[in-house]
Design a protein around this ligand. Structure first.
Ligand code: GLU
Length: 459
């Protein structure tokens, strides 16, 4: 027994060293990519127990291959604004890993987009997509273009220029982009129109998140938010808890946030706050979701306008302070690193029971540590927000079969997928010695499927 223990320790030590070596190499190769380092650090440290058990992964150089994108495309996006002036933005597509399917992942338009952001997102997508159980690899793209304040015509011209280059690198069996921050049905529509013109063919499965009238899947818009709540519901069940009568705070007011709020309300919760990048609204009696939807989806206005119709609510012009509101369940659905250790400590001192990440990497590593040390149920992004890309894969399946499923059918499949992701993450955490730790469980469950495929396919 003593000898076995010792061998185990040695294997763990070897695995830890391997992980450190790979992380060091990343920093050496790409020193100016802090978000990518953060994502890699979180994931790779989680993998130590599996690397210690399955030493063949080290021999096959799986981690070295996993952290180096198979292909990175960076390109110029010139377009003409409404004053006739030429503007130039930078476009990216990172094709990270294709072990289990064509590259799959969204496109983000936001001034913060750079190679670090696209790489962290693409890296996370490998694990997330694997967790869905669907045949999709990991990729991500975007541009530092800021859609805020642009006219519809400017958006169209920008998107057409973006797609003119991107079209050379994508296809239904190659790489299938979708939306993310700043890219919704309108942008996807313009992308699809341009791709179709350039190809001279109707390849419906080249993009997901399309309008339901031309090959889009019903329930795709709702999928990420609904999926996050389905996942958190499963996690709550493990402690005999539920959404019923719970107070919920949801950051953001985009697609993910709005439909997370909708599902939480359907399950009996009271959602008291949501935000945009300017500030947050708070109503202790529960927000009116119809107003939020009208403002953000139909009219593209600021969340502050909520006060015009609901003068008894409160508006605060610092979106980061949203986490100071006491709640039972917190759902960060805005953006990366929106919830730091300080905010986590405030949530804990206010008695938060569960946190579910609807955005990508919204909690810092320190914040996750605070939740773990205080026994807060924590649903990591890769697992909890996988519902969006899962339904994207269902959209691809419908496109291939040239048919479309009902909302109920897609929603039922989404629910089943989220329940499975939760179950597989719980099981992997237990099997590898970290019961209850869904960060480790999700990373391991997502990783094994990809790693095994990589081993089987050779280098
Ligand atoms: N952007 C979403 C994500 O972060 C969806 C990607 C997709 O549907 O391909 O997972």
């Amino acid at each position: 027994m003593a000898i076995q223990e010792k061998i185990k320790t040695t294997e763990t030590q070897v695995a830890e060293k391997y992980v450190e070596k790979v992380l060091e190499k990343i920093k050496q190769r790409s020193p100016h990519e802090p978000e990518f380092h953060q994502a890699a650090e979180e994931a790779l440290h989680s993998l130590v127990p599996v690397l210690a058990k399955k030493t063949e992964y080290m021999e096959h150089g799986i981690l070295e291959r996993l952290v180096e994108p198979e292909r990175v495309i960076s390109f110029q996006v010139p377009w003409t604004d409404d004053h006739g002036k030429v503007q130039v933005n930078r476009g990216f597509r990172v094709q990270f890993n294709s072990a289990i399917g064509p590259y799959k992942g969204g496109i983000r338009f936001h001034p913060s987009v750079n190679s670090s952001i696209v790489k962290f997102l693409g890296f996370e997508q490998i694990f997330k997509n694997s967790l869905t159980g669907q045949p999709i690899g990991g990729g991500k793209g975007g541009s530092d273009f800021d859609p805020k304040g642009k006219s519809d015509q400017e958006i169209m011209r920008f998107v057409q220029s973006f797609m003119t280059e991107l079209s050379k690198h994508i296809g239904p069996d190659i790489d299938v982009p979708a939306g993310d921050i700043g890219v919704g049905p309108r942008e996807i529509g313009y992308m699809f129109g341009q791709y179709k013109k350039l190809r001279g063919a109707y390849e419906a499965g080249v993009l997901t998140g399309k309008g339901p009238g031309y090959g889009g899947s019903l329930a795709r818009t709702e999928a990420t938010g609904y999926g996050t709540v389905y996942f958190v519901e499963e996690m709550l069940k493990t402690k005999a808890l539920s959404f019923a009568r719970k107070t919920v705070v949801v950051s953001g007011s985009g697609n993910v946030s709005i439909f997370a709020m909708e599902k939480a309300i359907q399950l009996g919760a009271k959602v008291v706050a949501c935000s945009d990048s300017d500030g947050y609204i708070y109503d202790e009696n529960g927000l009116n979701l119809e107003t939020v939807k009208r403002l953000k989806i139909d009219r593209n206005e600021r969340i502050k306008q909520y006060m015009d119709e609901h003068p008894n609510a409160y508006y605060f012009d610092n979106c980061h302070n949203i986490w100071s509101i006491p709640c039972d369940i917190a759902l960060p659905c805005a953006t990366q690193n929106e919830l730091d250790a300080k905010a986590a400590a405030v949530l804990v001192s206010n008695g938060v029971a569960a946190v579910g990440e609807g955005a990508n990497m919204p909690s810092t590593l320190d914040a996750i540590e605070v939740f773990r040390n205080n026994d807060v149920l924590f649903a990591p992004a890769k697992a909890a927000n996988a519902g969006g890309v899962a339904v994207s894969a269902l959209e691809m399946a419908q496109n291939s079969a040239r048919l479309s499923w009902s909302f109920e059918e897609v929603d039922a499949r989404l629910y089943e997928i989220m329940v499975n992701i939760h179950e597989n993450s719980v099981k992997a955490a237990e099997d590898f010695g970290h019961p209850g730790n869904l960060v480790i469980g999700a990373n391991i469950a997502g990783f094994i499927r990809v790693a095994d495929a990589m081993v089987m396919q050779g280098v």
